[in-house]
Design a protein around this ligand. Structure first.
Ligand code: PLP
Length: 392
């Protein structure tokens, strides 16, 4: 049996579940941007695609993309960058880079699940520090863990996924200061956030800033990058597979970033809708809306499982976080869609909370009757006692 040559821990894993729903579903589960580039740009792009040397191996460094990235995102010149087939690949490679025997990876929980996955895959000890109940960072506990475990690598998603809540900048700075190993600030949602560590990339040898084009409209490209000190990026370059990027992505990313106005326009629309959704969701009874600096909102509501199913029946897919972590009990993560899609979410959730509240209201109502009946019975008993007394 070939299975017995395969690692047992891998046999015991379950594959990352990519949602499998039909095309008519409204997909609000994976932080995709609901917009394409405008038609005229897509035409221009298509016209240029015919010239791509698909017969040649890609050469990321000579492709021109690194320079375009530097310009589009103001990456400091002290920083070097490495490209990944999605930032996911870079998480994997950075983990491999430090995977010495007994090395420790530190992260907060709940956070992006792939950190832990790669820690286990490459034999690192994985240590996690729980967030506070409001999904803020527990700095004391982090400092304690850094001192105790001397992690080779720390992953912090800033803003965090799946919670959307931003951590305090000063807390992250403190962690970078105290760390003895690498600190990866994963800014997958950086474009939607008010703050970034990208301007600091290249300053501290420990700091690596991880970014992706996935959450700003190009999830299909699979293009991520990491900016950090030359010291670390040069080591990382040794284990990046030689042809991990492909010509089509390299070209398309360049094309898109040369039209940053159009990209930013879509980002702005999503941010506006996030603000509106934040306000509208907060109006739902018994619903806790966590403040988000990302392109999704995490909410806690009564009977999240039921809410998820109700959305699903209306062909809307969101992420059910309930049962994935203790702190995420009754939570759903809703990616921001188009205004129309968002309205549909609001309408279904409105129905859901009202349906939930109906039986409660009915009980409350019937309790009033019960009290009334008890009162009448008590009065009757009292009258009867009085009558007994006087008759005697
Ligand atoms: C989505 C996500 C990624 C992975 O993005 P890709 O570039 O598409 O691989 C990495 N980190 C966080 C926190 C994410 O949410």
């Amino acid at each position: 049996m070939p299975l017995n040559v395969i690692r047992e821990d891998i046999q015991n894993l379950t594959a990352y579940a990519v949602a499998d729903v039909s095309d008519d579903f409204i997909k609000l589960d994976a932080m995709e941007v609901p917009y394409l580039l405008p038609e005229h740009l897509r035409q221009e792009w298509a016209n240029q695609l015919v010239n791509i040397a698909i017969n040649r191996y890609p050469h990321p460094q000579r492709s021109g993309l690194p320079d375009v990235l530097r310009q589009a995102f103001a990456i400091p010149k002290e920083a070097q960058i490495a490209l990944g087939n999605g930032s996911d690949e870079l998480i994997q490679l950075l983990t491999q880079l430090v995977a010495k025997p007994n090395a420790v990876m530190l992260a907060v929980e709940p956070s992006f699940v792939m950190y832990q996955h790669y820690a286990h895959l490459y034999g690192l000890q994985y240590i996690s520090v729980p967030l506070k109940a409001d999904f803020c960072l527990d700095l004391e506990a982090m400092i304690h863990a850094i001192e105790q475990y001397q992690p080779a690598i720390i992953f912090i998603a800033y803003p965090n996924n799946p919670t959307g809540v931003p951590f305090e900048r000063e807390q992250i700075e403190r962690i970078i200061e105290l760390a003895t190993g690498l600190v990866v600030i994963d800014e997958a949602y950086g474009a939607f956030s008010e703050d970034s560590f990208l301007p600091q990339a290249g300053q501290s040898e420990r700091l690596l800033v991880l970014r992706t084009l996935s959450k700003i409209g190009f999830a299909g490209l699979r293009l991520g990058y990491v900016a950090g000190s030359p010291l670390v990026i040069e080591q990382l370059a040794k284990i990046v597979p030689p042809y991990n990027m492909n010509q089509l992505s390299l070209f398309t990313a360049q094309f898109a970033l040369q039209h940053m106005d159009a990209v930013n326009h879509n980002i702005e629309q999503v941010k506006q809708e996030r603000e509106r959704m934040q306000q509208e969701l907060a109006k739902l009874p018994e619903t806790e809306v966590f403040p988000s600096q990302a392109n999704f909102i995490t909410v806690r509501l009564t009977q999240a499982q039921k809410a998820f199913e109700q959305l699903y029946q209306h062909r809307i897919l969101v992420k059910k976080l309930d049962q994935s972590h203790l702190l995420l009990c009754d939570c759903l993560r809703i990616t921001i869609g188009t205004p129309d899609e968002n309205n549909q979410v609001l309408s279904v959730l409105n129905q859901h909370v009202n349906n939930i509240n109906k039986p409660l209201a009915a009980i409350a109502q019937s309790r009033k009757y019960l009290i009334g009946i008890m009162f009448v019975l008590l009065m009757a008993l009292f009258a009867w006692l009085l009558w007994q007394y006087y008759v005697d």
